[in-house]
Design a protein around this ligand. Structure first.
Ligand SMILES: *Cc1c(COP(=O)(O)O)cnc(C)c1O
Length: 369
């Protein structure tokens, strides 16, 4: 069987390096807020060229902490609105609603799956304070015009960079495009820990200090508490593993791009819509290779029968979830259609050329009868 994602094989690629780094932490006896986290924060900072990076417990916390810090700083307040793509993983939306901010859903562009930049302006009201951009599936969404619109309306641009570490727009890496960004190091992400992990990057120093304090019980100085904070830490073992794996992210992303190009050049089945490739290759790090078809469930079953594991990202959009009953009456036709048609093919750095060829053959032999 070809697995959708073989995490064991991915991490065994770096077995010697990872085991050595973990052993060092184990033997040092210092497990939280130590030198490994500082090292990794510095490595990530220089990798994405952002002024500040703060390691946190996971990707959802990274995003929650950004909004929470803006609230503590008086930049936002409960009831303010944040524009967010209707087509995203629910964590993007949870980060907003968890802070009593209001998510305002915007339809995606059907070819990129990302928020339709041209539709953002019509959602801006007097209460809008930010745009949460999600570089979905690993593809950058950004433009000069969007940056200008945000500047002109006084809106923060926050990036959900959980899926796009290493992607580049106009020589700037994702995570350094907006005012602040959240990263996830969930094991299945392009840069995956051996457990949970996350980070925030940002431009403003006072925002960075506020986030660091809130993530540490609201304290920048031991036993002096400025905020009603949380405990959201990246631990030393995860930081060491991530610091090691970060060295290979460009190489890993390049292999993903190679597989994506192969799929796109060789899948010829007319019943399958292939994902669009950006003109600038570096704008996509192919966290997911997502195809569309009218007969998605049948195609998935057919692939399963042929020993190929696939997943659906995502079957139900946030506004149709029971968790968001207040939005269940809204309709976003493009988003809803995408959720019915998408299917994610296996794509990861360890996939063999022969496996990729097998997947292509199976797809080309699929017939609706
Ligand atoms: C994975 C993911 C998150 C959440 O990250 P966790 O580390 O799992 O909390 C947020 N947004 C998007 C788009 C993601 O893919």
């Amino acid at each position: 069987m070809i697995k959708f994602l073989d995490l064991q094989k991915i991490n065994l690629t770096y077995q010697d390096q990872i085991e050595a780094r973990m052993l060092t932490v184990f033997r040092r006896g210092w497990y939280l807020l130590g030198e490994e986290v500082v090292n990794f924060e510095n490595s990530l900072k220089s990798y994405i060229q952002a002024p500040h990076v703060i390691g946190v417990a996971n990707g959802l916390d990274a995003l929650r902490l950004i909004f929470r810090a803006y609230i503590e700083m008086g930049v936002m307040k409960a009831g303010d609105e944040v524009i967010v793509p209707a087509n995203t993983y629910i964590a993007s939306v949870l980060a907003i609603s968890d802070n009593d901010l209001i998510p305002v859903f915007c339809e995606p562009n059907e070819s990129t799956f990302n928020i339709d930049i041209n539709q953002i302006e019509k959602h801006i009201t007097a209460r809008t304070k930010a745009i949460l951009l999600v570089h979905l599936y690993g593809r950058v969404v950004f433009s000069e015009g969007l940056a200008q619109l945000a500047a002109q309306k006084g809106l923060k641009i926050i990036e959900d960079n959980a899926q796009a570490i290493g992607a580049v727009w106009n020589e700037i890496k994702t995570g350094a495009l907006g005012d602040a960004a959240g990263f996830s190091f969930y094991p299945g992400k392009n840069l995956g820990a051996l457990g949970d992990g996350g980070a925030v990057s940002c431009k403003d120093e006072s925002l960075a200090k506020t986030i660091r304090a809130i993530a540490n019980y609201g304290s920048n100085q031991k036993y002096i508490n400025m905020y009603k904070g949380l405990n959201s830490r990246l631990d030393e073992i995860q930081a060491a593993v991530l610091d090691e794996k970060l060295k290979f992210i460009d190489q890993d992303n390049a292999r993903r791009a190679e597989i994506a190009l192969y799929y796109s050049a060789h899948i010829t089945n007319k019943q399958i819509i292939l994902p669009e490739h950006p003109l600038q290759q570096e704008e996509h790090v192919w966290h997911l290779y997502v195809i569309r078809t009218k007969s998605r469930d049948r195609l998935q079953q057919y692939l399963t029968d042929n020993g190929i594991q696939t997943l659906i990202h995502y079957p139900i959009p946030p506004h149709k979830q029971a968790a968001y009953k207040e939005y269940n009456n809204l309709t976003f036709p493009i988003t809803e259609q995408i959720h019915e048609e998408v299917l994610s093919l296996p794509i990861s750095p360890i996939l063999l050329d022969s496996e990729v060829a097998t997947i292509v053959d199976s797809l080309n032999n699929f017939r609706l009868d």
